[in-house]
Design a protein around this ligand. Structure first.
Ligand code: ZN
Ligand code: ZN
Length: 174
């Protein structure tokens, strides 16, 4: 989705503000697909600082359907979008700056989809738990242990003790 911001480059003080509902239904990250849930539109504001130069602000929030790191239960989490950057009209890009350094801009058009996708990745929650003390799932039967014990024998033998025992038995045979 592109938004034309040409009006915000005309002269100092002019402001363009728009509410948009981005066309993003899912995010791909690390080989996974996560559903995006929009609760409200995103606000895009561009204020002209001087002819050809504007300050772009994008604010909003979306919810993503994530999965608990331990038990894989779906968890909805809010991800904020708070982006601010100076943007330039194509004929006003400073000499020291390459036109392609203007991320998310194509001419006077803002690629709002690319901008929001990037914000989502930057603000992705580092750890996702359905609750602080999530018990996870049983590694034997796969039962969600938050729903109760499964009765599996989850005793894990000590690997080092097993190695010593093996060594002991091996020596005995000699
Ligand atoms: Zn969990
Ligand atoms: Zn089990």
């Amino acid at each position: 989705m592109f938004i034309d911001l040409s009006e915000s480059f005309l002269s100092q003080g002019c402001t363009q503000s728009k509410q948009v509902s981005p066309d993003i239904e899912a995010v791909q990250l690390n080989g996974q697909t996560y559903r995006v849930i929009w609760k409200e539109p995103v606000t895009v504001t561009a204020t002209c600082l001087e002819k050809g130069k504007a300050l772009l602000k994008v604010n909003g929030a979306l919810n993503v359907e994530l999965f608990c790191d331990r038990c894989l239960t779906p968890v909805e989490r809010e991800i904020g979008i708070n982006f601010e950057q100076k943007i330039y009209a194509p004929d006003a890009v400073p000499a020291e700056m390459n036109a392609d350094e203007q991320v998310f801009m194509e001419g006077t058009q803002l690629d709002i989809t690319a901008l929001i996708n990037s914000e989502i990745v930057m603000n992705w929650p580092p750890k996702i738990l359905c609750k602080e003390d999530c018990k996870g799932i049983c590694t034997i039967c796969g039962k969600n242990l938050n729903e109760g014990e499964c009765g599996c024998d989850t005793f894990v033998p000590d690997v080092r003790m097993a190695a010593i025992k093996e060594l002991f038995l091996a020596n005995k045979e000699v």
